[in-house]
Design a protein around this ligand. Structure first.
Ligand code: PLP
Length: 479
């Protein structure tokens, strides 16, 4: 008998409301192109529409859904619009949304194998699937000394890599005593800011992060890395970590992993490779050049939540030798002790990341891979790259514009030749139009527009329309 005083949503009512919400999401997908891509609200506008205090008595689901439409939707920047070309994508898909919903429905907290064996085993299995799917080195398979784990973000994964590198370099002394100020790490001047943040969190300090110079294509210069490491060694410092990027955030530059790895090998320095967005391109064999040298890396990370149709958050993190990671992060309080863990026959992923608790994220990735199949995923990645290359071609053939960096995959960095002010005006006009959304960076000190093709539903017509809009906005004011 249900508790007559209960405020919970009974299963039948949940079913009805659930259907209504799925209908709402499907309708949203159908009308998304009619909405301005970049939210137009001013700061504070959303909060001003919300009551100052929480309701004392529960409200109807219809009221809640009506407020989603009235209050929330205007404050949404539509990342799932096919006209979203900003930042790097955070693309979602039907199967991923349903997998995520199932994860919520099961409500599993998968900190240990024993707290839901399927949560751990599906994750291990799907991460092993991805190794041949992406042509990753076999040492990342769980069947050897390495293995993979799903984390929330690339920032967390890179922090874990840094922590494991720190401990490997100090024979696990930093874990006990803290850092002594001698550890140094390296990345390029174009590396994502998450590495600097990781240095702060790891207690190594951002002053101990060396930003190595880049070449004319914005890729790390191995000779500069070599020189800096030699200087540090001479100063009795300990080089413990290098982060190479396969697809930098600003311009999608690819650091020469193989040459960097050779230098890391000489100094026994941990090599981490961050392929946050571009890693997904390796689904297609013709794009695997981005991973050349990865077989020499100690760890690797990429985000299916950027370009692999798996909604945020879903990061894959691989290590070549899991013992350093586990020894760095493992703590076993009495209340978590259990037979399966003691037997050593299972993976307890709580030892593979910062937090204890974990969601069943593998479900959405599993749904995506099974729905699309490898060939379906390859098709869409190839299409995105084709559209971006076409766009780059149009830019190159218009004398008013220049390409600001090589467009190797799905990101095109371009600008008007007539200077920062004109580029700023162009970007502001485009984004205010509501027809598309793109963002900027600075390359060689110049304001540069970034056009990234990676949203799930972007088709050739969206890219053509974006270019037509750019042409229109530059027709009168610019030349
Ligand atoms: N690394 C690179 C190269 C990125 O481009 C980004 C974000 O765009 C990140 C790391 C951080 O990603 P996350 O939000 O998953 O921490």
């Amino acid at each position: 008998m249900p508790d007559p005083k209960s405020f919970h949503l009974p299963p039948e009512e949940f079913r009805r409301r659930g259907h209504a919400l799925i209908d709402w999401i499907a309708d949203y997908q159908a009308r998304i192109e009619s909405l301005p891509v970049l939210s137009r609200v001013r700061p504070g506008e959303i909060r001003a529409k919300l009551p100052p205090a929480a309701p004392l008595q529960g409200e109807s689901f219809d009221q809640i859904l009506a407020d989603v439409e009235r209050i929330i939707l205007p404050g949404i920047t539509h990342w799932q619009s096919p006209n979203f070309f900003a930042y790097f994508p955070a693309n979602a898909s039907g199967p991923a949304i349903l997998g995520d919903l199932l994860s919520s429905g099961l409500g599993v907290q998968g900190m240990l194998w024993s707290t839901s064996p399927a949560c751990t085993e599906l994750e291990t299995h799907v991460l092993d699937w991805l190794v041949p799917m992406l042509g990753l080195p076999e040492k990342f398979l769980s069947t050897g000394p390495g293995g993979g784990v799903i984390q929330d973000t690339a920032s967390s994964a890179s922090l874990c890599a840094l922590l494991a590198a720190r401990e490997r370099a100090t024979h696990f002394a930093s874990n006990r005593k803290g850092c002594d100020g001698r550890l140094v790490a390296y990345c390029s001047a174009q590396t994502h800011s998450s590495i600097e943040k990781a240095m702060k969190i790891a207690g190594m300090g951002s002053d101990s992060l060396r930003h190595i110079a880049v070449d004319e294509n914005f890729a790390m210069r191995p000779d500069a890395l070599q020189r800096q490491i030699a200087l540090d060694v001479e100063a009795r410092l300990v080089p413990c970590f290098v982060c190479a990027t396969a697809g930098t955030t600003s311009s999608n530059a690819f650091d020469p992993i193989r040459e960097i790895a050779r230098i890391c090998g000489e100094h026994k320095t941990w090599l981490h490779v961050d392929a946050a967005m571009s890693g997904t391109a390796a689904l297609c064999s013709e794009f695997r050049f981005i991973h050349d040298g990865l077989d020499l890396a100690d760890s690797y990370t990429f985000n299916p939540h950027k370009w692999m149709f798996t909604n945020f958050d879903c990061n894959c993190f691989y290590v070549a030798d899991r013992k350093h990671l586990i020894q760095t992060l493992s703590i076993l309080p009495e209340y978590l002790r259990n037979q399966a863990t003691e037997s050593g026959a299972v993976i307890d992923y709580r030892d593979w990341h910062i937090q204890l608790g974990r969601r069943f994220r593998a479900l959405k990735l599993w749904f995506v891979i099974r729905h699309y199949g490898v060939q379906g995923l390859q098709y869409h990645i190839r299409e995105h790259v084709r559209f971006a290359q076409q766009f780059a071609g149009w830019v190159a053939s218009d004398a008013r514009f220049e390409l600001a960096a090589p467009a190797k995959l799905n990101l095109v960095c371009f600008r008007l030749r007539s200077g920062d002010e004109k580029n700023q005006i162009l970007m502001d006009r485009l984004n205010a139009s509501g027809d598309l959304f793109l963002t900027h960076t600075k390359l060689d000190g110049k304001l540069t527009l970034r056009f990234c093709v990676g949203q799930t539903n972007t088709q050739a017509r969206h890219v053509e329309r974006a270019w037509a809009r750019i042409q229109r906005e530059t027709a009168d004011g610019e030349s």
